[in-house]
Design a protein around this ligand. Structure first.
Ligand code: SF4
Ligand code: SF4
Ligand code: SF4
Length: 275
């Protein structure tokens, strides 16, 4: 009983993903969904299990398992464009494909529950950026968040233009846009990380997906909160946050509140267990 209580979170997470896996498999009649969501569920549950066991790299294990699966297996091997262009593409064609489901679960409705957990545990762009040396920002945040709306609009206009111009072999173009898009994301992400001395600069200023993620995660059910009766205002938590969140403020309007990636670096650092 004690063991079940200790590991209840990974057990619950596994059960939730399995429910999604079986429901989609039976309703859509496609066994891929059983495999896909079971794999992701096991990866997420394993990461949380390792976190409970205080393993230092628990989050990174999940990030690598899910990120590599999505980039290599779904993207490159299965030709499923899981980037934002792929989402627009399947939306325009009206096909309820993996990319559409992926966006609905991970980036549009899921954040209402788990906030930007996607950004902390699954994104294959951040999977690489998190290896860079600036795990906590070395410089103050810049007011460049408006760039995300431009990249968002460019991705939408690009796919709309393909449809309106009736180009042939659009599937092939989407595959290559996935490859080129990823190369560009990695290049820009790495350059910005070194220029701004901040691994997550790409996430803060450029990533178009945050246009979905930020407003939805404002309402997130799971969020870091601070027990004010324990907090001694030492500021150690803010020093380790990669996303500049003011996690000691419990209001939803707190500074950079929609940026939290649930990495738990702040909770690990707090000497009073106030978070
Ligand atoms: S902000 Fe964008 S690039 Fe960064 S982790 Fe989230 S989805 Fe990935
Ligand atoms: S350090 Fe805390 S507040 Fe900052 S992103 Fe990680 S979990 Fe969120
Ligand atoms: S590290 Fe803990 S005690 Fe210190 S300011 Fe943050 S929440 Fe408060």
């Amino acid at each position: 009983m004690k063991i079940i209580k200790k590991y209840r979170l990974p057990i619950i997470l596994l059960a939730v993903f399995e429910t999604v896996a079986v429901t989609l498999w039976l309703t859509l009649g496609n066994i891929f969904y059983l495999f896909n969501f079971s794999y992701i569920g096991v990866s997420v549950a394993l990461g949380v299990f390792l976190y409970v066991r205080k393993y230092k790299h628990a989050r990174r294990i999940t990030q690598l398992l899910v990120g590599l699966y999505m980039l290599v297996y779904l993207g490159i091997v299965s030709n499923e464009n899981m980037q934002i262009e792929g989402f627009w593409y399947y939306l325009f064609t009206g096909v309820f494909e993996a990319a559409t489901i992926h966006y609905a679960v991970a980036k549009i409705f899921g954040p209402l529950i788990f906030g930007r957990g996607w950004c902390g545990y699954a994104c294959w762009t951040a999977m690489v950026l998190d290896f860079l040396p600036y795990k906590t920002p070395q410089r103050p945040r810049k007011k460049l968040g408006w760039i995300r709306y431009i990249t968002f609009a460019v991705s939408l206009v690009f796919v709309a233009a393909l449809f309106l111009s009736h180009v042939g072999n659009i599937e092939r173009i989407m595959f290559w846009s996935f490859i080129i898009g990823n190369v560009l994301y990695y290049a820009v992400g790495i350059i910005l990380a070194f220029a701004f001395k901040d691994n997550r600069a790409f996430c803060k200023y450029i990533c178009p997906i945050t246009v979905f993620l930020k407003p939805m995660s404002y309402f997130a059910l799971f969020r870091i909160t601070c027990d004010k009766s324990k907090c001694v205002s030492c500021g150690k938590c803010k020093k380790v946050c990669p996303m500049d969140v003011d996690m000691t403020d419990n209001s939803r309007k707190r500074k950079n509140g929609t940026e939290c990636i649930l990495c738990f670096e702040c909770t690990k650092e707090c000497p009073k267990k106030a978070l």
